[in-house]
Design a protein around this ligand. Structure first.
Ligand code: ZN
Length: 295
């Protein structure tokens, strides 16, 4: 019995080694690392099964204040492409790249977008405009073609299909905003992540804290916001998945604004959450906005 079990274990181990070595999944695919989950989703849509995508900052993570884990250096060292947002979002990345000794090509997905300012800093959240997301996708497609020329047609077709979906999404958001009465198109949200969305779709966002989740609103900021919500009759305040919601709840309590729900700004959720893809994220947000602002 013992020897039979030992023999069986041996066979299974040998089988696992053979399968591992010849697995079509790992072999021949382009290793791509994305700095955060939204970029990884873009890469998946264009790269399909010719790429292995790893996101450094996983679902529900905060890309502003990420602390790289030891395994990230290995992940980056094995990558052919590293896709980043740029616009100052990934302050932690240059050191990681250097320490990993990676020879990966670093691709700035936001290249070509029209950057906005938030205070004195560049606002990094360009993906919140769907038209900008399309620029990201084209940059990612071009980088994949460059790295894997044999996949050029495949990447081109995938990108075309995904860009058509994004076009439809952009029209959908515009149609939904049209339903909101003009004087009600204003909200408060946590960390200033919706500047590009606001500009693209004509909803005013007022954020109590600055560009990054690192900065906290001061007592004076909060008092000013409460006064503004009352004066401008702002209908709703929104929470964000990655930031502390106590401040927003307090503002809602002290004004007549309602808590309109949670907006997803910088991160996808896992498969079980409401926004496991970029398209789901934008849909979730526009539903929350129309739900709170519509009459
Ligand atoms: Zn952010």
């Amino acid at each position: 019995m013992q020897s039979l079990r030992a023999a069986l274990t041996g066979v299974l181990t040998a089988l696992a080694i053979v399968l591992g070595a010849t697995s079509p999944h790992a072999e021949g695919r382009l290793n791509v690392v994305a700095s955060f989950s939204i970029l990884a989703d873009f890469v998946k849509n264009v790269g399909g099964d010719r790429v292995n995508v790893t996101s450094l900052v996983g679902p529900n993570g905060d890309v502003h204040v990420y602390t790289p884990a030891p395994r990230d250096a290995k992940t980056i060292a094995d990558a052919r492409l590293v896709i980043i947002n740029g616009l100052g979002l990934e302050g932690w990345l240059p050191r990681l790249l250097q320490s990993s000794g990676s020879k990966a090509v670093v691709v700035t997905a936001s290249n070509g977008v029209d950057p906005l300012k938030l205070g004195s800093e560049t606002d990094p959240h360009a993906w919140q405009s769907v038209a900008n997301a399309e620029i990201y996708v084209r940059n990612i497609r071009d980088a994949l073609v460059e790295a894997d020329g044999a996949g050029a047609d495949y990447f081109g077709r995938n990108a075309e299909r995904y860009l058509a979906e994004l076009d439809a999404l952009d029209r959908e958001v515009r149609g939904d905003v049209d339903e909101i009465p003009l004087e009600r198109r204003k909200v408060i949200s946590t960390h200033g992540a919706f500047g590009y969305f606001a500009k693209a779709y004509g909803i005013t966002f007022i954020a109590p804290s600055g560009v990054s989740t690192e900065t906290e609103a001061s007592a004076r900021d909060v008092a000013a916001i409460i006064a503004q919500v009352k004066k401008d009759k702002i209908p709703a305040v929104f929470l964000e998945s990655i930031t502390d919601d106590r401040l927003m709840r307090r503002i809602a309590e002290e004004t007549r604004a309602r808590v309109g729900g949670t907006l997803f700004s910088d991160s996808l959720t896992d498969e079980k959450g409401p926004s496991p893809t970029y398209i789901a994220l934008v849909r979730h947000n526009i539903k929350a906005l129309t739900g709170a602002l519509g009459r």
